[in-house]
Structures are given as structure tokens and as C-alpha cells.
Write a protein that binds this ligand. Sequence first.
Ligand code: PMP
Length: 384
Amino acid sequence: MTHARTYLDHNASSPLRPEARAAMLGALDVVGNPSSVHAEGRQARAIIEAARAEVAALVGATPGEVIFTSGATEANNWVVKSGWDELLVCSAEHDSVAVPARGAANATLWPSAPTAHLGFLQTHLDMRAKRVAPGPLLIALQMANNETGLLQPVAEAVRLAADAENVWLHTDAVQAAGRVPIDFAALGVQSLVVSSHKIGGPKGVGALIVSATADLPPLIAGGGQERGKRAGTENVAAIAGFGAAAKAAARDLADMPRIAAMRDRLEREAKAINAETYVVGEGLPRLPNTACIADPWRKAETMVIAFDLAGIAVSSGAACASGKVGYSRVLDGMGLPRGIAGSTIRVSLGWNTCEADIDEFLAAWAAVTAKGRSEAKRAAAMGS
Ligand code: PMP
């Protein structure tokens, strides 16, 4: 007998929303090249521009500020590799920011334990202000962490850097989009990144939002698409799905109290089942959909496999890349109690999560953590 699976890994990828599927299917039958002037071309162009307006609305930007990309990894790489004299990169950034930044000779890692240290930023900016005509500095600070859901002080960072010369603030809003309200215009960063598949759109499409008052060198030269910044005929169907998902995600912001209540129940009851349950980031400002919880007696990767066998998809560490289990530099760098970082799983809820999914998870949590304790007791008895 097959039992329906319980999917609780929306931070890795959220299931395709019906609205996005319908928009994609419709767009697949549109024949024109969006750059063509005839009716077929104009029809394809209209789909792209409608999607651009929806993505802009989700993050409080203007449509002209939205550049479609193949996803957030491309958009983050684009910004990080745009020829800065200096980079200041939060230690909790996603690999699509951290890895290209690590390759730069002039990058400083900005400590984040548990969230970005604002005093460190202030000191860095004060020292820099003493230099004559400092070269361009990129400051990268994600809006919310993909593993813990912790919200970063982006607005405060913008305020601290307000008087600094030649500074570009970049925020990766992949996990925040559709889960907390975002107002690009009010925030005052120069660039922001979103990814379609984290909000219920298709994979392989995202957007870089660049302020109308800022300018970035082009990523791909060619036919002049995307304001001359990223040439190549657009992926019309994927963009259509992204736009429909952005519209639905903006609507579903009103559903976040329900999601937060389910997440809170999950954490509360997980602790009631096993008093040793540790909730990472508890009490701190974080996304409404993410629970990052540990059973100190069990290894994260063993738990993920046990949950998978029980029909439940959760993840450990930054499980966005294939085969990545266990190690997490973000959790390691948070100063958690000993043994917690390696024993933490991420449970992330989304648009189609319901109470029954939480029930399934809690039943499995009881079994998985009881097994951890009985194995630990047996090992201790054998050792004594
Ligand atoms: N940034 C963050 C915070 C993410 O969680 C992810 C996805 N794991 C990315 C960037 C990369 O997004 P994409 O899959 O669209 O390349």
C-alpha cells in the first residue's frame, strides 16, 4: 500500500502552485519570440511584462527594476563578481554568495552569531571612512537564513552604511520572499535576489532586482534583452510560472499567521515529546515557516534518513545542493551548545502544509528520538 508523503522541505524547494502550472501551460503554446514586433511576439512579451509586474509587487520594487535570471545562484554570483574593490560578506550567507566571495582576494567575513554583528559593520565602515576615496565596497547580508530562518538586520545595516561613500548593499531575499513583507523601495538596498521555486514557481528562474538609482555591469552580452543586462531569448513559460507564483505568494502573506501557528505547535509538541529537543533561534526574530530543531542524541543525517523512511521529507544543513547532508558552517558558526549543530534538522512549511502534516511529523519525531535515546543508553551500558 502506498501512503502519501509528507513534504516539509519548502526552504529547499516549494511544490509548484496550481496557478503557476496553469500559467506555464498557457505560455508554452505562445509561439512568438518576445523581441518580435508581430502579434505573436507581442503576446509573449505581454506574458513576460505581466510576470515582471507581479515579481516587482511581491518585493515592493518597480517592474523596471526586475531582471529575470536563471535563478538566485546566478543573480547572487552576478552581484558578487561585479568588480568590487572590497567585499564584506555575512558568514551565514548561502553558498551562492559565500563561494564566489571566498574566491575574491579582498573579502572580509562578517561574523553572524546568531545574526550579523552590527558593531563589526560599524567598525569596518569607520576604518574605511579614514581612507581617501575608498573604492567600491559590496556589503552582502541575506534577509533570512535558509537553515535557521533567522532574520538578519538588513534595515539596520542600510542605516549604518547610509553616509558611507561608494557602498553597494545586496540582500539575498530568497527565503524571505512570500514569508515576510518586503519593501525594496523603503529598505534602500541597491540589489535584492528572489528565486521562483522557493515560492511555488518553477525551478531555474529567479530575479535580480537592481535599484533604478544604481547600475551593475551586464552579465551576458548579446541581443539586449533584460535592459541590455542579460541577453538571450527569455524562458517565457518559466517566467510566466514565476509571475503567477509571485502573485499567489503575495496573497498568501495573509496566511502566514496560520503557518506560524503550525510551526509553533510543531516545536512545542516536539519538546513535550522529548524534553531534550533544542530549538535553534527560539525567541529570536525568524521566518514563520522554519523550525530548526535538534535531538542531541541523534545525528542529523541519520534523522533525515529515518524521516524519509517514515514518508516525511525534511533536511539537514543547507540541503539545497545534491547529496549535501550533515555539515553546516552556519550552525557551526552560531555558538550553539555542544553537539547541537550536528544533530539539527530543518523542517520548513509552506503554502500547502496542513495540520495533518504536523501530526505525521510529530508521530515520527516520537519514534526517531526514542530510538536515539535507547541506542545511547545501550551504548552507555555496554561501556560501563
Ligand atoms: N539563496 C538562498 C538563501 C537559498 O536558500 C537558495 C536556494 N537554496 C539560493 C540562494 C539559490 O537559489 P536557486 O536555487 O534559485 O539558485
